[in-house]
Design a protein around this ligand. Structure first.
Ligand code: ADP
Ligand code: MG
Length: 372
């Protein structure tokens, strides 16, 4: 154990590893990070990280209950605090067995760093970090939420969420996103399985494993972020100088999904995703997106779409619905502004929260999730 710790504490180099799904995970050999200066291509992170020193032992502090989920970067357990009896979620940081010697995954360091820096009612709270009896057993203890929004939609039956509840969920998602964007952080993986729901109706953003700081002037960042169905059109065309508008596109996709209880554009690959976007929203031209032609992949990628955009039929608008199942005209306008092709014209989180959708029409109401 102490030998392992000695080896663990010694600094060495960063290594990139290609995961099974084609995404790249970086591993650091030192338990260190500096989020401010961190870049996807940076290798200058070398100092000791105090976040992981002095942590309680997971065995002395928690009773493990059920396994909640095994995601891309970690296993999530339900657990009970032995002192306070509080129920928490413990996310175990995943170390690939063949990579143990290579150190602590950078995605986990990012997530811990970002979540500790953020404090918002609609962002999951990290209570503490706890450690196991081996160097690769590190857990993040978070407030426990009943399930994620994707599951909540699955078990809540066929009938749509009432408009008043959709409005409340959108308000909570946009408030949390406004908060992170104000702190110069991009989430880069917003989707319904990364939004947690509490039986009280509160919803929270989680999974900051792909989050990072951004800055002005913009620096190049990797385009292989954001789950395909929620990935904005500019990333699919190779834009690497992107900013908060990438999260806004994902929120547009989430809005559509909340209205239909089904993901809005389910591409089978990048080309199919582009096709689905152009069919749903319309294809770009000089007028709607003047900079489109200058994106890296516009000359390589060809597409054909002459049909009128599906969005009008897919989301029928009705001012007289009493706000139950149909979107009102303000809601439809917001949906279109979130899913605007040109990232420069896409609405910001700030402006979205000031949109008439939240001031007029049916009043928002905290959702009543049936979480059995
Ligand atoms: P990954 O990076 O592996 O996707 P997540 O943080 O998204 O990790 O966690 C995976 C899943 O675990 C989530 O989709 C959610 O279903 C569940 N989960 C995560 N955090 C919590 C929590 N605090 N309370 C309850 N369930 C959670
Ligand atoms: Mg996740």
């Amino acid at each position: 154990m102490s030998q392992k710790r000695d080896r663990w504490d010694s600094a060495s180099s960063e290594e990139e590893v290609r995961d099974g799904d084609g995404t790249t995970t970086k591993y650091l050999s030192a338990t260190t990070t500096n989020l401010e200066s961190q870049d996807d291509t940076s290798s200058s992170i070398r100092t000791h990280n105090p976040l992981l020193s002095g942590c309680r032992s997971v065995y002395d502090s928690y009773e493990r209950l059920d396994r909640i989920d095994e995601g891309t970067y970690g296993i999530v357990w339900k657990a009970r605090d032995l002192i306070t009896n509080e129920i928490v979620a413990l996310k175990q940081i995943k170390f690939e067995s063949s990579l143990r010697k290579d150190g602590f995954p950078i995605s986990a360091l990012r997530e811990i760093g970002v979540l500790l820096a953020l404090n918002h009612e609609s962002i999951v709270t990290v209570k503490e970090m706890v450690v196991g009896d081996d160097f690769d057993k590190v857990f993040m203890a978070m407030e426990f939420m009943e399930m994620d929004l994707q599951e909540a939609m699955k078990i809540s039956g066929q009938s749509p969420f009432p408009q008043a509840e959709v409005k409340s969920m959108m308000h909570q998602i946009l408030s949390a996103t406004q908060h992170i964007h104000k702190k110069w952080i991009l989430h880069r993986d917003l989707k319904t399985s990364n939004i947690l729901v509490h039986k009280s109706g509160k919803i929270c953003l989680c999974d900051f494993g792909l989050a990072r700081k951004y800055q002005l002037p913009r620096k190049a960042m990797t385009q292989t972020v954001i789950t395909l169905w929620y990935r904005p059109i500019e990333l699919l065309f190779g834009q690497s100088y992107y900013g908060p508008e990438v999260d806004i596109w994902s929120i547009g996709c989430i809005f559509g999904e909340l209205l239909k209880k089904e993901a809005m554009m389910q591409g089978q690959g990048e080309l199919d995703q582009i096709d689905k976007i152009f069919k749903m929203i319309g294809s770009p031209n000089e007028e709607v997106w003047p900079d489109f032609a200058s994106l890296p992949n516009t000359s390589i990628l060809r597409w054909k779409n002459k049909e009128s955009p599906k969005i009008f039929k897919a989301f029928p608008v009705n001012s007289f619905s009493g706000g139950q199942s149909y979107l009102d005209p303000n809601g439809f306008d917001l949906l279109q502004r979130l899913l605007t092709l040109d990232p420069k014209k896409r609405i910001s989180a700030d402006d979205a929260l000031n949109h008439a959708y939240f001031r007029e029409g049916v009043e928002m109401r905290i959702p009543r999730f049936v979480l059995e």
